[in-house]
Write a new protein. Sequence first.
Lengths: 198, 198, 198, 198
Amino acid sequence: MKANRMEAFSDGVLAIIITIMVLEFKVPEGHDWHSLTGLIPKIMSYIVSFVYVGIYWNNHHHLLHTVRRINGKLMWLNMLLLFCLSLVPFTTAWMGESHFAPTPTALYGIVLLMAAVAYMFLQRAIIGQHPADSVIVSAMGKDLKGKLSPILYLLAIIMAYVMPWVSCFFFVLVAIVWFVPDKRIEQALSMHNEEHGA
Amino acid sequence: MKANRMEAFSDGVLAIIITIMVLEFKVPEGHDWHSLTGLIPKIMSYIVSFVYVGIYWNNHHHLLHTVRRINGKLMWLNMLLLFCLSLVPFTTAWMGESHFAPTPTALYGIVLLMAAVAYMFLQRAIIGQHPADSVIVSAMGKDLKGKLSPILYLLAIIMAYVMPWVSCFFFVLVAIVWFVPDKRIEQALSMHNEEHGA
Amino acid sequence: MKANRMEAFSDGVLAIIITIMVLEFKVPEGHDWHSLTGLIPKIMSYIVSFVYVGIYWNNHHHLLHTVRRINGKLMWLNMLLLFCLSLVPFTTAWMGESHFAPTPTALYGIVLLMAAVAYMFLQRAIIGQHPADSVIVSAMGKDLKGKLSPILYLLAIIMAYVMPWVSCFFFVLVAIVWFVPDKRIEQALSMHNEEHGA
Amino acid sequence: MKANRMEAFSDGVLAIIITIMVLEFKVPEGHDWHSLTGLIPKIMSYIVSFVYVGIYWNNHHHLLHTVRRINGKLMWLNMLLLFCLSLVPFTTAWMGESHFAPTPTALYGIVLLMAAVAYMFLQRAIIGQHPADSVIVSAMGKDLKGKLSPILYLLAIIMAYVMPWVSCFFFVLVAIVWFVPDKRIEQALSMHNEEHGA
């Protein structure tokens, strides 16, 4: 029951994060297509962030299904993840507003990196609740995506000062890599259920 | 269970979308009725958008009840629908602010068209989960409203550059057409339940 | 099940309405107590609106428990109520900003009156689902509060142009009258349950 | 069932409170790290407030699990707590904006004190529902944290006019003290369940 409430609270926060980003689209002065030009980089960064929050919502949902019992540690690691993601609307707006200038683009990568690290901590704490030889642990252990993403974020942060569009390419690349729901856990869960006949 | 969570997340996003539109009503400088004059086109566009989001919330609810199993495709088509609807507050504000100028009115129609297309994709993906000869498929196949709306949106987009008030008339017309909950699915569902004795 | 979802959606909208009102408290320029003076009428109107939304949330909850089946009519009457309440943050901010000037105070009363009428419609539609001689119908029929409130709102609207503080007194008075949860329905429901042995 | 709905509504309000605080991070004019300097005190106060709302969410959740029946009194004491917490985004923004000036820092402490007192009232009302010799009452009776926090808030309010950084130290100290979920209630609940064989 407690896990349900943590899930519902996280869902609420993620739904608000994903929606308040549109508050950054200020109504332009003019009334023609030209007056929307300034919004193009903003909407591009909004699309990427929308996909990221969607990915986190989806993977978070899969991850929480493997929780055995909620404790203070899990609760606060989850809050840490939500905190990092709550900074996404600000960095999204700044990156868009600045037309992908180096520092705002680097900061966008830093916040994504922080969220990825928080997610990794949460994942490890949940894996730690399962016996070391369980299907879930071995399935999660591979976690290629989880190990690849921080490296790509780091590259994006560095490249922001050389060629910001390369950073944007990396952000989109990671989003595509994660686009598909986390099959690992889904498979492990179904195997786990078969094992225990549930 | 998973469908429930997608429904709850969508509900949260729709509730926020419908409510943050009021944030566009800036407190006017004056303190008399005259100072509200500038808000009249804003509140008119707000009413129309409120009804649209209400319609989507209601039909979305009916539609999700016919889902057999959630997968990555459904989840992302649902996110696409929410993304399109998340642009409604911006276009509502711009259309109202501009007193129904051509381009903002056309953009309002474009966003509604995008949402209608996203909804159609979601509907098709869900229909695809049912056998071709099921009651639900045949009931949805007729879908006159769903086929009529995009045509009316297209007309509204074109008319925005000729007579914007005709576009507004089309927006209100589509809203009225959809006002009544989707009986098709309701009936198909009850027939479906009878068939399977559930 | 459907009633649950309408309740959850309404809860979401009410939670957002009650919370976005604080966005009107702009951070003042100065850093001393004196710079908060301008916020005093705002916080006073916020407190009254907070109590009103709380009352609606509470009574709405009691009311929905007596629903037998959700249909399109109920769903749209509920949306009408939410629409009226969604205007409360704007009128609250305007009334506070204007230091209880006549027109903003009258508009505040008008929006409360609209919400009260929408609630009455919703209540009648729900009563209509019950047989005329049921305990719930006879209990609701008395509805002194429901009949008194619109009269007090009307008086408040008129008095706004004579002595605005009298209007404020009426707003507070109605809030106090409604403060206690709707015992009528609670009692009727428990009698109803006894009758049917549920 | 009713307690569930109060919990869900409170969760919604707390999720919004915790998320709208980020709306205070206005996109800076410049596009370099230096232009973020002005945001540092804001983000510091945001972190502290995020942890406080997280703590309230967590303890509130534990507390509501001990509720036997919801009545008007509990419902309104809960609304009082939500009202106090709804003022946190404003005081957080003002304290950050003013770079921890005396009055904004004192007001931050006053709002935390108000929330602590509201929580205490809610807790007492819930304790009052249990027999005086129950495990829960004796466990809650100790409540060292609950008695210590208001004293530290009071000290912080006074110190804001002498050395504001001492106030900040007290705010962080109380947050650390409460960081760990309320073991008292958790233990009492498990004992309670054992007693009644549930």
